[in-house]
Design a protein around this ligand. Structure first.
Ligand SMILES: *Cc1c(COP(=O)(O)O)cnc(C)c1O
Length: 381
């Protein structure tokens, strides 16, 4: 089976991890701070806080934005459930902004209309989470302009986006037009730490809150101790109900090695995506818009003539590891029980009915890609 996504780990990556195992610190050593610095250098963000998954990064970002019960968080329905679950962890309500069929990201017009309605009703979201689907950046500048008059936190879910660029040519993760960006280093993403994630921000107060919540809510800053403990070098103070969301040094060592290979990974993905654009163009499918700045995390086509289930099964039977990205978040039973109805998201519904993700990963060989292309021609003949 040719998988839809796969990590690439080489000898340097392995040596970097083994090196940590042979040294003093498995966690809370020098690898995590070094990884955070290199993430800042790569993206241009001022602060990076590494954490143990993209999901914990989203939870930390919502906590730093002080999302609480009674608050509202909006995101795209065309995403992994974690993009919405983070709001639920904080007890907040979720709502979805339908997607733009051209970009498959949340639709700016729908967002604008929904904001007008929310202003009129007096219930604006506290946070909007924009997801850079498949690695193609949302227009963050335009989203920021839409909410310029409102007091809303903007969070970028860039789990697909590291290595890509926005419309202005800035690295995804620069966080130039938002409050925080989260990354994921799960093996199928742009680069991996096995499990891992990060929160990026240019705001020092947000960075402090994220860091505090990622480590039990505990501080070692004596100015924050009770007065009668300030002179005690053993003391530390839990200031809030935080979590242990830290990344280990083993995982960070893998990240420190992988980030040197990131641009190569993206280049390979972009070339493979370009080949698909050429070689599938005569088929009855809608190809993705070719965004040269995309990190090309996923390559998704929409069937225009065939039944998705039959094509999906025929491809799997022929060892093509196709997938579907995404089952709209509101379709999961957990969200159905909260009362969401498909009819409110017609663009996402239409997209979901016909979408198929084809294999795409840096080590995909020409032979593998040729097999995917010829099988697509056979199945859609
Ligand atoms: C992978 C992913 C996440 C979660 O990342 P993990 O590191 O797996 O927790 C969140 N959002 C999106 C869009 C993702 O693809």
């Amino acid at each position: 089976m040719i998988p839809y996504g796969r990590h690439s780990v080489n000898r340097d990556d392995i040596d970097a991890v083994v090196d940590v195992l042979e040294n003093e610190f498995l966690t809370q050593g020098s690898q995590v701070p070094a990884f955070e610095r290199v993430l800042c250098e790569y993206t241009g963000a001022r602060y990076a806080i590494a954490c143990n998954s993209g999901t914990s990064g989203l939870h930390l970002a919502c906590m730093a934005a002080q999302v609480e019960p009674g608050d509202l968080v909006w995101t795209s329905p065309n995403s992994f459930a974690a993009s919405a679950n983070c709001a639920r962890y904080c007890g907040a309500d979720v709502d979805f902004v339908d997607i733009d069929p051209a970009t498959r990201n949340l639709c700016l017009q729908q967002l604008s209309d929904k904001l007008s309605a929310a202003r009129a009703a007096g219930r604006l979201p506290k946070v909007i989470i924009a997801v850079h689907f498949a690695g193609s950046s949302c227009d963050m500048k335009a989203i920021k302009e839409l909410i310029a008059q409102d007091n809303i936190f903007l969070i970028e879910d860039a789990a697909h986006g590291l290595g890509g660029r926005d419309a202005q040519g800035r690295p995804i993760g620069s966080t130039a037009h938002s409050d925080m960006t989260i990354l994921s280093f799960h093996p199928v993403k742009s680069m991996t730490t096995a499990e891992g994630g990060a929160v990026l921000t240019n705001d020092s107060a947000l960075a402090d809150r994220v860091r505090l919540h990622a480590s039990h809510g505990i501080t070692r800053d004596p100015t924050q101790f009770p007065e009668d403990e300030q002179a005690h070098s053993w003391f530390y103070a839990q200031q809030s109900l935080g979590y242990n969301y830290r990344l280990s040094d083993l995982h960070a060592a893998l990240g420190n090695s992988q980030i040197h290979r990131l641009d190569g990974f993206i280049k390979a993905r972009r070339e493979l995506a370009g080949n698909y654009q050429q070689q599938l163009r005569d088929l009855p499918v809608r190809l993705p818009a070719f965004d040269a700045n995309s990190a090309w995390h996923l390559y998704v086509v929409e069937l225009t003539k065939h039944n998705r289930a039959s094509v999906f099964n025929a491809l799997r039977e022929r060892d093509i590891g196709v997938n579907v990205h995404y089952i709209p978040i509101y379709k999961h039973p957990y969200y159905q029980r909260l009362g969401f109805q498909s009819k409110h998201y017609p663009n996402c519904e239409k997209y979901y009915q016909s979408a198929i993700t084809l294999p795409l990963f840096p080590e995909m060989s020409a032979d593998m890609q040729n097999k995917v292309v010829s099988t697509m021609h056979e199945v859609l003949a």
